[in-house]
Ligand binder design. Structure first.
Ligand SMILES: Nc1nc2c(c(=O)[nH]1)N[C@@H](CN(C=O)c1ccc(C(=O)N[C@@H](CCC(=O)O)C(=O)O)cc1)CN2
Length: 290
């Protein structure tokens, strides 16, 4: 039997609409500023889409496009300026940054109350101890997608494949908050495929194209594929694939997210939700949840 395909594009549209409606109801115009350094083509597209979708939600969106040669000091100065600008509720510095800039230092310089990526150590710490915080967007998206299949994640055996600060660790924290039983697996895990094959819910966030094969998946499991890997299609062009070998996985999984059209679109929808949350906090209004 073939798995249910979880439609991330559709859910992202629904979330974006709800976020826009809530902002209107609250009488708030959230402001998001996106900073990009350099010419990475994929980043250019993501930033364009972020600003476009921000404006489509009725928010104020702006961008700073800086040349590859921008010094770390100048980028930090810009972040400080944005920290001090009351019309900016959310600041996002697009990753990856050029090699001469330390991303951790940049992230630590963003005011945690405006850190709509949720990457600042203060926000990561709050998430770890279960305090309300700005939560990283892709992990939030993973949970919302998983909940379309399992509205209650309590007691599910969840395996998170990947341990990055941006996806793996926060997804694991969110799943713990949802009372799932969580295993974090990674490239050094022994019997990796067997560990994954015990999961009722498998979140693949390892950044390796089509690593997860059919026999890594428990029959009927829900598979959330975070990977976005560009590979050659053999015809001189390229195509996007996830961390899961989708065609074989969908024959055994109960439900699965596609790539593209799964987790990716949820990242920007959750970014708008975080921007509204930051704006509500700044204006002393209760922040809605989605
Ligand atoms: N500061 C940040 N940098 C980066 C983040 C992030 O959350 N914050 N995440 C990724 C890139 N990213 C957002 O920035 C992102 C990636 C993918 C998508 C998306 O919608 N993907 C589509 C396919 C798009 C395509 O054709 O290339 C999909 O999966 O359907 C949105 C946002 C790294 N940097």
């Amino acid at each position: 039997m073939s798995a249910t395909i979880i439609d991330g594009k559709l859910l992202a549209e629904t979330i974006r609409q709800r976020v826009a409606d809530e902002a209107k109801r609250l009488g708030i115009t959230p402001g998001l500023t996106v900073v990009i350094v350099g010419e990475d083509p994929a980043s250019q597209v993501y930033v364009r889409n972020k600003v476009k979708q921000t404006e489509a939600a009725g928010f104020h969106g702006s961008e700073h496009r800086l040349p590859e040669s921008t010094s770390e000091a100048n980028l930090l100065k810009l972040v400080q300026t944005l920290n001090n600008d009351p019309s900016v509720h959310g600041i996002l510095v697009q990753l990856p940054l050029p090699d001469h800039i330390d991303p951790d230092l940049v992230i630590r310089t963003i005011d945690p109350a405006k850190d709509v990526d949720g990457f600042h150590p203060i926000n990561a710490g709050k998430l770890a101890v279960g305090q309300d915080s700005l939560v990283p967007c892709t992990p939030q998206g993973c949970i919302l997608l998983a909940k379309t299949v399992h509205p209650d994640l309590t007691g599910l055996n969840a395996v998170v494949l990947g341990r990055s600060n941006i996806v793996g660790k926060p997804v694991a924290q969110l799943l713990i908050q949802e009372s799932a039983t969580v295993t974090v697996a990674h490239s050094k895990t022994q019997d990796l495929s067997d560990v994954c094959a015990r999961a009722d819910l498998l979140v693949a966030a390892v950044g390796r194209a089509e690593l997860v094969k059919r026999h890594w998946i428990k029959p009927g499991a829900t598979v959330i594929d975070v990977g976005i890997n560009r590979v050659a299609d053999g015809l001189g062009k390229s195509r996007l694939v996830g961390d899961v070998a989708f065609n074989e996985a969908k024959e055994i999984a109960g439900a699965i997210t596609p790539v593209p059209g799964g987790v990716g679109p949820m990242t920007i929808a959750c970014l708008l939700a975080n921007t509204l949350k930051a704006a509500c906090w700044a204006e002393g209004k209760p922040a809605p949840t989605f």
